[in-house]
Design a binder for this molecule. Sequence first.
Ligand SMILES: Cc1cc2nc3c(=O)[nH]c(=O)nc-3n(C[C@H](O)[C@H](O)[C@H](O)COP(=O)(O)O)c2cc1C
Length: 442
Amino acid sequence: MTDFPHTPPKQSWTFSNDVNAEIRRAAATGIYDIRGGGSKRRLPHFDDLLFLGASISRYPLEGYREKCATDIWLGTRFAKKPIHLDIPITIAGMSFGALSGPAKEALGRGASEAGTSTTTGDGGMTEEERGHSKTLVYQYLPSRYGMNPDDLRRADAIEVVVGQGAKPGGGGMLLGQKISDRVAMMRNLPKGIDQRSACRHPDWTGPDDLEIKILEIREITEWEKPIYVKVGGARPYYDTALAVKAGADVVVLDGMQGGTAATQDVFIENVGMPILACIPQAVKALQDLGMHRKVQLIVSGGIRTGADVAKAMALGADAVAIGTAALVALGDNDPALEAEYQKLGTTAGAYDDWHEGKDPAGITTQDPDLFKRFDPILGGRRLKNYLKVMTLEAQTIARACGKNHLHNLEPEDLCALTIESAAMAGVPLAGTSWIPGRNGGF
Ligand SMILES: Cc1cc2nc3c(=O)[nH]c(=O)nc-3n(C[C@H](O)[C@H](O)[C@H](O)COP(=O)(O)O)c2cc1C
């Protein structure tokens, strides 16, 4: 018999090793995969945009001599006491339950030193974050876990959470391992039992109810505090327009790269839109209503660098929020802890089992032995440094585009590297004047 040459064995793209491993895992356990973090697939993102610096047709600002301002006002529409921040990078809402008390303290310390705000999350307001945050946004969530009208009054702004980018249309999860005595007490629920947060507000059947809700909160807080409305990136044009109609001072828009403490992997990877596609739609809604810059837009979902901040602002956002990057700055997923990540069956950089409460960095845990490892003063200092670097990076880019305030960045300063990103962001493909899909609307 002759031995015929064979083509080398080929992995299937459709049934890749990863896909097959997940099929086997599902077959062995009968349960779906839950994890933290945001989408891990490659999505069109800020990396696919570039700035066009100034040369002859535009005039740059001198980096070391000419100022580029970074401050921002939030809540100028109705609130008697709008918020003023030194930088347009805020800390996103992350629940106490997902995060340890010392992690909350570190976020407050770092953000306050950098001149920005932090946000509570599901499960209520902790003394650690109120005590250490100069400006604290209090989340009002569908679950109402830890909701307290006195805390509404102790906050500097209120964020009505309708949804999150990691799971638009879905509720939260906090597994029993993380329900310590303190978390159970704050949420008024039993210890050690898995908790699901509702996916919509109990007294909410549509946008009109949102208007009533916002009015109620304004009255409780005597019209002083800015009211934000947070939505996951699903139908940003209409969601933004409806949030504005309902009376929001600020719209918070979270794209599908946005992190979460815990939800189904299938949800994270298959529901929602990349933030790049969301921002122009939200900006268009604000412009159509004559509300751009009057109702501020905060965007989030995979923001990592000053370049990301500058790109989001050039597309029309007033500010950004960061979650995952803030945790990494505090010390999460640090390769120095690799041996411990290996023991958990994972590796630094891929560690996303935040729901299990075994975080060796002491950040996403309620285990006192673990969270005692985390130093909130050092963590806060790291976060402050990171926020400072991002701000300097954004300023450097803005000056090179000839702007004396980050807010003066505009879509005209950008070009896109791919057809997809050009179509989504609404900026021309590099070297052309072509914006795919922009022949009269979205
Ligand atoms: C650990 C963790 C906990 C979170 N908890 C909440 C929460 O309680 N409420 C909420 O609205 N969003 C929550 N989020 C989502 C963030 O507010 C934000 O939308 C998201 O992290 C932004 O994307 P980024 O992580 O890529 O920066 C959480 C995110 C993380 C990483």
